[in-house]
Design a protein around this ligand. Sequence first.
Ligand SMILES: NC(=O)c1ccc[n+]([C@@H]2O[C@H](COP(=O)([O-])OP(=O)(O)OC[C@H]3O[C@@H](n4cnc5c(N)ncnc54)[C@H](OP(=O)(O)O)[C@@H]3O)[C@@H](O)[C@H]2O)c1
Length: 280
Amino acid sequence: MTILVTGATGRVGRAVVTALLRAGRPVRALTRAPVTADLPEGVAVYQGDLEDPASLAAALEGADLLYLFPVPSTAREVVAMAERAGVRRAVVLSGALADEESADDEDGYGAVERAVQASGLDWTIVRPGEFAGNWLDYAPDVRARREVRRPFGNAVSRPTHEADVADVVAASLLGEGHSGQVYTFGGPEALTVAEQVRRIGAAIGAEVRFVELTPEQARMEWYDLDQGVDHDVIDWLLDMYGASVDGPETVPPSDTVERVTGSPPRDFAQWAADHADDFR
Ligand SMILES: NC(=O)c1ccc[n+]([C@@H]2O[C@H](COP(=O)([O-])OP(=O)(O)OC[C@H]3O[C@@H](n4cnc5c(N)ncnc54)[C@H](OP(=O)(O)O)[C@@H]3O)[C@@H](O)[C@H]2O)c1
């Protein structure tokens, strides 16, 4: 039973590859850049670009199962190709915010979800909440100045360990009873931003200063970073963080991870310990 992992060099994708290898399964990994992919021994690496479905032909040929990284613009075509190639089951990475999208949004998670739901494949949709891994964006500041500058120190989220997302994906690929399921989950604890910063500090054995920016200061600093992030996206992020101060949780507590994988979800201290070297 051959499994194709797309997005295989990503945070979730790498963890999916690890989980499948641990289960003793043959893994194919898709990347646009095989030379720099640095994937584990034993993985068959295929070059392909999800934005160019024709480039996936060789990787899909003979694959039975598919982990699909979400690229909305081509999802329908990629799923159709997978079906024609003989793939039986696809597990799709989506996000907990999928429910907040409008039903005809062609650029969001829904487009990818609808593509598998309309196909003849067995499908499972995995909708994690905010990734703990988003903190890696702040790793350079923590390394250089032991400092995090962010707005909304009291905003609450349930940071989700990428290994839990990957374990849910792997269980859905390899186990039975997951067909037609939509798994929504976050991490086990609801924590403020300031508390998450404290826990990163605890993991590296150093105090990490939290500098709370006003939303306006954050807007200016993030606009200035010029990392190719659209100003509209920055405004949307600020609205979302602001709404999570004293607001309802976007991802309510659930037993999904334990029910699907048999193990409780990893907490944020665990995530920070697993990534301590990134922040030291
Ligand atoms: N961040 C969050 O809080 C959050 C929460 C819920 C859901 N999500 C979803 O999770 C996704 C991120 O997952 P992740 O953290 O595992 O990814 P990631 O670390 O951002 O890496 C994405 C990987 O996908 C591959 N990729 C990107 N575009 C591709 C394309 N056109 N064709 C082939 N491969 C492509 C890249 O591999 P190569 O460069 O090697 O080709 C890259 O390694 C987001 O895009 C979002 O949809 C995120």
